[in-house]
Write a protein of this length. Structure first.
Lengths: 344, 261
């Protein structure tokens, strides 16, 4: 087990920078989620830590030691690949034992550790199966067991759940978290699924165009995204732009939002309240309700404000008494306003 | 014309092809079991020619030499060809495409010319004629076949498996041995069978490169025919055909040319 640190990592493919000066600490024993749209560099970062990608400049440390010049096979990592990459010519047991065999671990020790690892992922009864006889979820578990049986210093997961269907994915998230807690291993995982990142991680990092745009504990990043990209990427956000004036933010329809700096603010869909009569709240807008979508427990309202689509989410009861379409008042509490630090 | 008529025509055409391919072979096999030395009918069964063959030291020696040369060629060509295929699969280097393209034209060059060229070349560099020259020549002829078959199998290999093995601590050699080779094994076996067949059936190049009195079976058969045709030749030819066709059927099974079953 070890902490991981990357320092000013740069990796360019031609003119495109897959990693652009990324500096980040991954705490010992933590579960760190790397999040970003495709092409953001999150997979490149993971592969640079694994050693499959050699950075142009910058440093990678595992447990305080620099590893830029250490080949993959000597980095003492465990990795789970997107499609699991189980060896098709081997049984479940042989797959899990592979890392111990190449280390010349004794037969008794190997058998004991393989059994422990398979028990941990609750697959002890399938040890003799060939991998093509397994379901997606079972393959995922074998891949986990194989990656942790060598007691690596860090566990790297590349979109580990993306090949599973939705219901199984939720089960496996809980399972993954349990396994990680039991083993206590520093884990770094890549995902494009923000919900997955929020559920699993105790810290997240958000990448965009090879740059790290925000990182921290999930709640902190969600509540204070610090930039419009993070606000919209993590969760949903209605961006509202205006002109900063001494007494507040002046919007294009003339509304003044007192005390806000701007020029851009964001409001989460769950913070927006809809009324047919003018509310007392200081932050309110006149807008047009276009559509109400019934979604079971939660409903969504699509609103048009000055030609821009906004979204409000709430329990169906919150929207009772609203027309199906028509003019409404939007309001939100001051503390729910997301403000962004001025661009440096 | 109705579809049914076309289907019949197609079947007849296929029958004709198979007839011209296999009829001569079947006639030869039948004549090797016919008592008459002069191909006279009616057919009268006799194992005499096989008995005579079994006692013909010259033919047996040539057959033995052909087999051991083919085995050596198979081992060399399969090892070198597999290594080359894996290298071509894993690495990108300048001129790789040209190199790959250059592997195939020798297959199309008439063997007569290849044989002449090799003879001149081997004399030029001091190897001369003899068994080493035959082996080197056969390996050169067999290599492209091995590379084609093994590369075809590698095309379906998932490179992530090699990354997975490395992440688990396996060295390059361990990755190759435990993960890559098991996957391409059917291709390696098929390539080896091709290499064996290319060497064992090879006439022209062997004829140019072997020394008189120390030849392979096909060369001996050719020289024997020039002296006079005997049903012994039918017998040994029938055996060669059976072995060669058996190897090709095995190779087809491993490469699944006939499509997946």
């Amino acid at each position: 087990m070890a902490e991981v640190r990357v320092e000013r990592l740069v990796k360019a493919y031609g003119a495109a920078r897959a990693l652009d000066e990324v500096t980040l600490d991954f705490p010992d024993g933590g579960f760190f989620g790397l999040l970003g749209p495709s092409g953001s560099g999150k997979t490149t970062l993971l592969r640079a830590i694994a050693g499959f990608v050699l950075p142009d400049t910058g440093r990678v440390f595992i447990g305080g030691e620099p590893v830029e010049n250490v080949p993959v096979e000597h980095r003492e990592i465990g990795m789970v690949f997107q499609n699991y990459a189980l060896f098709p010519n081997m049984t479940v047991e042989e797959n899990v034992a592979f890392g111990l065999h190449v280390r010349k671990t004794g037969a008794a020790e190997t058998a004991k550790r393989v059994k422990e690892a398979l028990d941990l992922v609750q697959l002890g009864h399938l040890a003799a199966r060939k991998t093509h006889q397994l379901s997606g979820g079972q393959r995922q578990r074998v891949a986990m067991a194989r990656a942790i049986v060598t007691r690596p210093r860090v566990l790297l997961l590349d979109e580990p759940l993306s090949a599973l269907d939705k219901a199984l994915r939720v089960d496996m998230q809980i399972e993954l978290k349990r396994i990680q807690r039991e083993v206590g291993i520093t884990t770094i995982f890549v995902t494009h699924d923000q919900e997955e990142a929020l559920t699993l991680s105790d810290r997240i990092g958000i990448l965009k165009d090879g740059k790290l745009v925000r990182h921290g504990p999930p709640r902190e990043v969600y509540d204070d995204p610090r930039n419009p990209f993070t606000a919209q990427f993590l969760g949903d956000a209605n961006l509202i732009e205006g002109k900063p004036e001494p007494e507040g933010l002046r919007l294009s329809d003339g509304t003044l939002l007192p005390g806000l700096k701007g020029p851009t603010i964001a409001v989460r869909p769950e913070s927006l309240k809809l009324d047919t009569t003018e509310p007392a709240a200081p932050f309110r807008l006149r807008a047009r309700l276009q559509q109400r979508i019934f979604g079971g427990a939660m409903g969504t309202c699509i609103i048009d404000w000055q030609g821009r689509p906004l979204k409000a989410v709430g329990r169906d009861a919150d929207f009772r008494g609203l027309p199906d379409a028509g003019d409404v008042w939007l309001s939100w509490p001051r503390e729910s306003t997301i403000e962004f630090a001025a661009k440096a | 014309m109705s579809n049914r008529f076309l289907a019949h025509l197609g079947r007849a055409y296929l029958g004709l092809i198979l007839f011209f391919l296999y009829a001569p072979i079947l006639v030869m096999a039948a004549m090797s079991l016919n008592a008459s030395e002069f191909y006279q009918l009616p057919f009268k069964f006799s194992g005499e020619w096989y008995d005579r063959l079994w006692n013909n030291r010259e033919i047996l020696a040539a057959a033995g030499r052909s087999i051991w040369i083919a085995v050596v060629v198979t081992v060399l060509a399969t090892t070198l060809g597999t290594a080359a295929s894996i290298a071509l699969y894993r690495h990108d280097f300048p001129g790789k495409r040209i190199l790959q393209a250059l592997l195939f034209p020798p297959i199309a060059i008439p063997w007569l010319i290849t044989g002449t060229a090799m003879l001149i070349f081997f004399f030029g560099i001091g190897i001369g004629r003899g068994t080493p020259a035959v082996i080197i020549g056969h390996v050169a002829l067999a290599l492209p076949y091995v590379i084609v078959v093994v590369s075809a199998r590698l095309a379906s290999f998932d490179r992530v498996l090699e990354e997975a093995a490395r992440s688990l601590g396996a060295s390059a050699w361990q990755v190759t041995r435990a993960v890559t080779v098991p996957w391409i094994l059917p291709g390696i076996i098929a390539g080896g069978l091709f290499a064996f067949a290319v060497s064992f059936d090879q006439f022209v190049v062997s004829y140019f490169l072997s020394e008189p009195g120390d030849t392979t079976l096909p060369v001996l058969i050719y020289t024997s025919i020039r002296k006079g045709f005997t049903p012994e030749i039918n017998a040994i030819s029938t055996i060669i055909i059976a072995v060669s066709m058996g190897l090709m059927l095995l190779a087809a099974r491993f490469t699944k040319f006939g499509g997946d079953r």
